[in-house]
Design a protein around this ligand. Structure first.
Ligand SMILES: [Zn+2]
Length: 178
């Protein structure tokens, strides 16, 4: 990926984090809250789901640009999709950010390919995946075993520096710059 393209993608992420789409509460629909103690990201994802169809998706919360940008793009790309389609997109996105894997024939990730650079920053992978994992807790049967990382987050809290949408928060991923 050329530097020009990478800069363009970084701009896309930052633009979404400044003006997140579907940043609102949905009333009377299932929701789940996700927390990333490593960064302080906290999101609540609302899903209006009927049968297999994700009619509407929205989120609230605060976090770094990677987290908020990912959540914003997620709501856009998954709205109107079926659970099956959403699962395929999530799989492709997770592969992209964790290993940079280019699936041979992926569902269209659209601007989400902007997150390909995240894999170079392991601490940011959780930021990018948090909104997706939170959404999955809403639309898939609950797992009996809670994630171990969410129960021990108190000791790392108290930063108080994450507010979203923030035009120039301290967590803007300037480290993606190369
Ligand atoms: Zn984060």
């Amino acid at each position: 990926m050329s530097n020009e393209v990478r800069d363009l993608y970084r701009e896309i992420v930052i633009e979404h984090s400044k003006r997140p789409r579907n940043f609102r509460k949905l009333e009377s629909v299932p929701a789940a809250e996700g927390y990333n103690p490593l960064c302080g990201d906290r999101v609540t994802v609302y899903v209006d789901v009927t049968g297999e169809q994700l009619n509407d998706i929205a989120f609230e919360g605060s976090g770094c640009a990677v987290c908020v940008g990912s959540a914003s793009m997620m709501t856009e790309i998954l709205k109107g999709k079926s659970r099956e389609e959403a699962a395929q997109i999530f799989d492709s996105f997770r592969a992209l950010v964790t290993s940079g894997a280019q699936v041979s024939c992926p569902p269209a990730l659209g601007d989400l390919v902007a997150f390909a650079g995240v894999r170079a920053f392991p601490s940011r992978i959780k930021c990018a995946l948090l909104p997706w994992e939170t959404l999955w807790r809403v639309i898939s049967p609950p797992h009996p075993d809670p994630l171990p990382s969410t129960s021990s987050g108190q000791a790392l809290g108290g930063e108080g520096t994450h507010f979203a949408p923030s035009p120039s928060g301290p967590s803007t991923p300037s480290r993606l710059r190369s």
